[in-house]
Design a protein around this ligand. Structure first.
Ligand code: PSU
Ligand code: MN
Length: 304
């Protein structure tokens, strides 16, 4: 059984025993999404926000071939600094486990591990999606397939417009994944509160979000739910500035022939460099806000 591959922290084990709400967190954002030391500082702060809002954080990663659910301070530091951490999506899990290596889990891999660990709320920054030009490159994040089949709600700030947001919504629609706006009708685009697209449904409270999750899974409808929570207004970036920067980064990726799993980290790091760090500040703010909302949603479930 898969349980022999899992290793829970004391804090998460205790929460499971006591039936306390638990929120999963990914680790690609630590190892490949932010620079040191902001990556480890944010990881710690996000965990603390989840505790302050009534839930227990379970950051997930593969360490020495074990799926760790709930990490120690040393684990977080290791993920934030080591060069030996592979970006781990669904495809990479069997190899990392068999070869006893280290992996930072993407949204897809974190959803898989969260489900194995009995956790159904997961907080991150942004999900992967259909890349611009995917009609030629076929670059579609495995996150979307995971949302199609794994029963975890993902609280995020939408998706970055490095992606084709319209095609990403179409893909999710085909796969029956509800895209919910948290207190909004508009799909947020990570750095900005708005995009040219609408979400499918709006919820205004943690209770409404939790009721929707319950209904989907009570009905036996397999798959995830996207809960899109816009970046707090004071941290939102100027839309035309960020779009220009994204254009530059996309052109660079094309001319350097970047492909496969390198595409997203390349674009993220170029966007950060080109905005001279202001995108990093926005990224940190939105993840913290998602942590609060995710904890409140998980805590509703815990009350039932
Ligand atoms: N988008 C972001 N920040 C991130 C990622 C995406 O704004 O850190 C990470 C997540 O871990 C996501 C992964 O699951 O990139 C998607 O990678 P790919 O496009 O290669 O599937
Ligand atoms: Mn890809």
């Amino acid at each position: 059984m898969n349980q022999e591959y899992l290793s829970f922290s004391e804090e998460v084990l205790k929460a499971k025993r006591e039936g306390k709400p638990i929120v999963a967190l990914e680790s690609t954002i630590i190892s490949h999404g932010m620079p040191y030391p902001q990556n480890v500082e944010t990881a710690r702060e996000v965990e603390e926000i989840i505790r302050q809002n009534g839930a227990v954080p379970a950051t997930i990663a593969i360490i020495n071939g074990k799926i760790k659910i709930g990490l120690s301070e040393e684990d977080l530091e290791f993920l934030a600094t080591s060069k030996e951490i592979m970006k781990a999506s669904r495809r990479d899990l069997p190899y990392l486990i068999a070869a006893q290596k280290h992996g930072a889990t993407t949204v897809a891999a974190t959803m898989i591990c969260a489900q194995m660990g009995g956790i159904d709320v997961f907080v991150t920054g942004g999900i992967g999606g259909v890349h611009r030009g995917a009609e030629v490159t076929m670059d579609i994040s495995a996150d979307l397939q995971e949302l199609a089949k794994t029963n975890v709600a993902v609280v995020c700030a939408g998706a970055k417009s490095i992606l084709d947001l319209g095609l990403t919504l179409e893909y999710l629609e085909t796969n029956g994944v509800p895209v919910i706006g948290y207190q909004t009708e508009i799909l947020p685009a990570f750095y900005t509160r708005t995009s040219p697209y609408k979400v499918n449904f709006r919820v205004d409270s943690p209770e409404e979000a939790s009721a929707l999750m319950k209904a989907k899974w009570d009905l036996g409808l397999q798959g995830g739910i996207v809960i899109a929570n816009p970046i707090p207004e004071p941290y939102a970036m100027d839309e035309s500035l960020i779009n220009k920067v994204i254009e530059v980064a996309l052109n660079e990726a094309k001319s350097k022939d970047i492909h496969g799993k390198e595409v997203t980290p390349f674009l993220l790091s170029r966007v950060k460099e080109l905005t001279e760090g202001s995108s990093l500040e926005a990224n940190i703010a939105l993840v913290k806000h998602n942590a609060k909302i995710g904890a409140l949603i998980a805590a509703v479930k815990g009350d039932k």
